[in-house]
Design a protein around this ligand. Structure first.
Ligand code: ADP
Ligand code: ASP
Ligand code: MG
Length: 437
């Protein structure tokens, strides 16, 4: 069985939902993961912000407008009075749920429940539409099987067991529809897999059921060789190795959630990136195959902070790096890039919530300097150290741009540059010009 995930723009209007329904109704049994309609999760975040600030009137105003929008979608989506009525009941149910969270003090638990409504509504709408079209479609409630453990990591054994149970209960369905993004945590509370996490849901389900393929359907023809939001004339990359895709996703290629590749890679399940707006386009296939001697793509990750620790005592001292890393570990802060010299070490982090404490601890070892608003530019491809010329080409592209750090040799798949955020667009364009034109 295949798992197909459709993102927010793919289900962003009644017409898009109809297109998706047509696309998935091809006689093959499948699990379909849906995001909320585009813009909805952002609106739910906005509602939560109003409620945290105790501005109930402001929150209700947005809730009313959002509900009116959904009522219009329902009217457009269904043809019969029977299903228009069912659609309106669905909308009423979820907006009653939203309003229930406006009555009392607003907590993190309320926020998680509010954010879950987007996926609950979109899946309910598409499921009803398929039923109106005579398709044997059923809902698989993600809150019944998608679960994280005490470390906020997906609980693979639980997911597999509960999903199997759900599937066995409804063996004759042609299409199973489920919610991306939402889950329960180790304590059974409603939670989510972070923004953009529907891709992760699809990959976790694919791994759990040992799917033949995981398809991520979005609004572009696969992974492009550079970020189309910042660079002109990007082009689709047709094949990527799991490692290459994981690097690109982690370092900012928004088309994939950073953690999405891991479950598919471990389960050896190919991932295909496809375009809902152009379903015949070939997209990108992510698998275990490596294409030799090719630089594939470039991505950028913003909001990076670089920290340099200079210490006379580092010279030939074993254990110095361990002590430095332990400080980051004790503040649950992961490090992205590392560069060392005989007198110092530079690292980058993207989570600065404990920066002040980390700096206080690091100052015990030497002089510490910090550069904020930096950006990691990641060049991905077959970058095995024995292939000559590739690093030189990437470096040459950066000749006009101040580079704070360079990292190469950590894997066979990437070179990373740390530059100022304000130089990001220029750096991405320069790399595209040099590497892909
Ligand atoms: P969805 O809502 O379907 O999950 P996203 O907006 O999360 O879609 O991801 C698709 C978007 O990712 C594209 O519209 C594109 O702007 C952006 N993107 C960033 N980098 C890349 C890249 N290298 N290749 C393709 N798309 C990219
Ligand atoms: N709806 C969620 C978001 O907007 C999850 C997703 O789209 O993947 O972040
Ligand atoms: Mg996405």
């Amino acid at each position: 069985m295949k798992v197909l995930k459709f993102g927010g723009t793919s289900v962003g209007s009644a017409q898009r939902m109809k297109d998706v329904a047509q696309l998935i109704n091809d006689g093959e049994r499948k699990i379909v993961v849906l995001s909320a309609m585009s813009g909805t999760t952002n609106t739910l975040v906005e509602i939560s912000e109003y409620l945290y600030r105790k501005n109930t009137e402001g929150a209700n105003d947005i809730i009313n407008r959002l509900e009116a929008k959904y009522r219009r979608h329902v009217d457009e989506l269904y043809a019969t009075d029977e299903y228009k009525k069912k659609g309106l009941e669905l909308i009423r149910f979820h907006f009653d749920e939203l309003r229930a969270h406006t009555k009392d003090i607003f907590t993190l638990f309320d926020e998680k429940a509010v954010l879950a409504q987007g996926e609950l509504i979109s899946t309910g709408m598409v499921n009803l539409y398929l039923q109106e079209c005579g398709v044997n479609s059923v809902l698989l409630p993600a809150l019944e099987f998608m679960r994280t453990d005490k470390n906020a990591e997906p609980d693979a054994a639980y997911i597999r067991e509960k999903l199997d149970e759900q599937l066995e209960q409804q063996p004759d369905a042609a299409i199973y529809i489920t919610q991306g993004f939402i889950c329960r945590n180790a304590y059974g509370e409603i939670d989510n897999l972070q923004r953009g996490g529907s891709d992760y849901t699809a990959s976790l389900i694919g791994a759990a059921i040992k799917a033949d393929e995981i398809q991520i359907w979005t609004d572009i023809d696969g992974m492009h060789n550079n970020d189309p939001r910042f660079v002109d004339h990007t082009a689709p990359v047709r094949n990527l190795h799991f490692e290459e895709a994981a690097e690109l996703a982690y370092f900012g290629a928004k088309i994939l959630h950073p953690t999405c590749i891991q479950p598919a890679k471990f389960a050896h399940i190919p991932v295909r990136l496809l375009n809902t707006m152009d379903p015949k386009a070939p997209g990108t296939l992510i698998s275990n195959e490596t294409e030799l001697h090719k630089i594939k793509a470039v991505a950028a990750k913003d909001n990076i902070t670089a920290i340099k620790i200079k210490s006379g005592r580092m010279l030939l001292a074993y254990g110095f790096l361990r002590k430095v890393f332990e400080i980051f570990e004790s503040f649950h802060t992961s490090i992205d890039m590392i560069c060392t010299s005989e007198v110092g070490v530079s690292v980058t982090i993207d989570n600065t919530s404990h920066l002040a404490e980390i700096l206080d601890e690091l100052r015990k070892f030497g002089t510490v300097t910090v550069d904020s608003n930096m950006c990691i530019i990641c060049v991905v491809g077959d970058l095995d150290w024995e292939n000559v010329g590739f690093e030189a080409k990437a470096l040459d592209a950066m000749r006009e741009i101040p580079v704070r750090m360079i990292s190469f040799g950590g894997s066979n798949y990437n070179i990373s540059f740390l530059v100022r955020q304000e130089d990001k667009k220029r750096a991405l364009q320069a790399l595209s010009d040099e590497l892909f034109s």
